[in-house]
Design a protein around this ligand. Structure first.
Ligand code: 13P
Length: 254
């Protein structure tokens, strides 16, 4: 099965609404001839609707993602945003369980599971982030940590519901550090994740699932990462903020 690559930009807590619109439009313009790669940008909540409208008005293939959601559909949950609110603001993808959410906001695998369920119910494509910390890696616990994150994050969900699921392997020690995993190292972890999905669900899901790599992806390391069979795209932080560097990542095969 051939998997169409996804290059996604996570803008984290950067850019005002007008900055985000400007950046998204520039990316769309630079990417207008690209048809073989899916592209997503995830601005802060305050810019989502304006960015979606701007991209829609120029018929861009660039899709909008959110960086988080809450799993309840509505209610007295001050500060939270539901899947349906995102959907109605033009969102297609939603990042779930980013290590920064886990680390700074106490998000658990159980939250991740509920958020993935809520995203799927609203027809949003969940991008589930997993990855080990530096100390877990040093203690050789990478596969143990990934097993737990996958098992608990997808518990109770069925294969036929998970057809759109994207997994992003983002080793925490590689995020924002310039310390990217070597392409071979990333490939072997991605192979492990795919096999885990086959074991937990079935071959059909595992063979079609997109597994992105994230953590210090830059224009100069993307081609080698993408040359590996089990690396189906990238979740890019810092290098997605500047259209000129993000487009070089998107055009890794040109
Ligand atoms: P950097 O590309 O800045 O390392 O961030 C990766 C990331 O966290 C994407 O979600």
């Amino acid at each position: 099965m051939t998997i169409s690559p996804l290059i996604a930009g996570n803008w984290k807590m950067f850019k005002t609404c007008s900055e985000a619109v400007k950046t998204a439009k520039r990316i769309a313009e630079l990417a207008k001839d690209i048809t073989d790669i899916d592209i997503m940008v995830a601005p802060p909540f305050t810019a989502i609707e304006a960015v979606s409208e701007a991209l829609l008005s120029i018929n861009s293939r660039v899709r909008v993602g959110a960086q988080n959601l809450f799993y309840k559909s509505e209610g007295a949950y001050t500060g939270e945003i539901s899947a349906n609110m995102l959907k109605s603001a033009g969102v297609s993808y939603v990042i779930v369980g980013h290590s920064e959410r886990r680390q700074y906001f106490g998000e658990t695998d159980d939250d991740v599971r509920k958020k993935i369920g809520a995203a799927l119910e609203s027809n949003l494509i969940p991008v589930m982030c997993i990855g080990e910390t530096e100390s877990e890696k040093k203690e050789e616990k990478t596969f143990y940590v990934l097993d737990k994150q996958i098992e608990n994050g997808l518990k109770g969900l069925r294969s036929n519901e998970l057809g759109t699921l994207v997994i992003a392997y983002e080793p925490v020690w590689a995020i924002g550090t310039g310390n990217t995993a070597s392409p071979n190292e990333a490939e072997s972890v991605h192979r492990y994740i795919r096999a885990k999905i086959a074991k937990m669900f079935d071959n059909k899901l595992s063979e079609g699932i997109r597994i992105l790599y994230g953590g210090s992806v830059k224009p100069d390391n993307i081609s080698e990462l993408m040359s590996h069979h089990n690396i189906n795209g990238a979740l890019v932080g810092g290098a997605s903020l500047d259209p000129e560097s993000f487009i070089k990542i998107i055009k890794y095969n040109k």
